[in-house]
Write a new protein. Sequence first.
Length: 215
Amino acid sequence: MQELMDPIAILGAGQVGSALGRQWAGKGRRIIFGARDPQSAKVLALTDSIGPRSTAVTVREAVASAEMVLIATPWSKTREALDAAGDLDGKILMDATNPLAPDLSGLTVGHTSSAAEQIAHWAPGSSVVKAFNCIGAKSMSEPRFGSMSASMFICGDAEEAKSRVARLTEEIGFEVIDAGPLSNARLLEPLAMLWIDLALKRGLGPDIGFKILRR
Ligand SMILES: NC(=O)c1ccc[n+]([C@@H]2O[C@H](COP(=O)([O-])OP(=O)(O)OC[C@H]3O[C@@H](n4cnc5c(N)ncnc54)[C@H](OP(=O)(O)O)[C@@H]3O)[C@@H](O)[C@H]2O)c1
């Protein structure tokens, strides 16, 4: 299937970018990290450890090579990364960012907008799908908790783009919950704050994830 051959560009080779890049490479996908310094020791060590399915180039080169683009930059650097990306028309932007205050005390965007909607505003020809923001990077490497898979909430306005992101999310072991339109990122970004508060301030630790129960 052609979709399996398509590379994924990842902007931000940090905790989230490396965890998801390693996961998708392990599923046979080609990963192109877009980095400010693709020759840095840190980035080279990452691509070496992932193996031949991953490479690192500039942000612009990475985005030019892929239709699917994961945004895994600190919120304060996200506009800069998108500005460096060049033409984003037709791209599917998977937005993992959270617009965190530097001391993790809260969100700097919210209620009447969200990071995801800001990104859609900055890249109007793209399809933005919020995903991967409500769980710690460690659990992106291992979304199974005993016999259950953590839920991953995604939202976006373009159904085909959302379906493609859903497939990528399920492929690495999450249960996907379609959380509706992109404006519902206004709900998902505060949910990430709850995860941060529970994990880092209330003593639950990073091995926690949200799960939808049904009957
Ligand atoms: N960590 C988590 O558990 C977690 C979970 C869910 C969502 N998130 C969200 O995901 C995003 C990434 O978090 P993280 O923990 O992975 O951050 P991180 O470990 O600090 O990594 C951020 C990466 O972004 C890169 N970067 C910064 N500015 C850039 C630019 N202009 N162009 C390209 N790359 C740039 C950094 O590279 P250099 O500085 O070396 O250039 C670094 O590799 C954040 O918005 C965060 O809120 C994090």
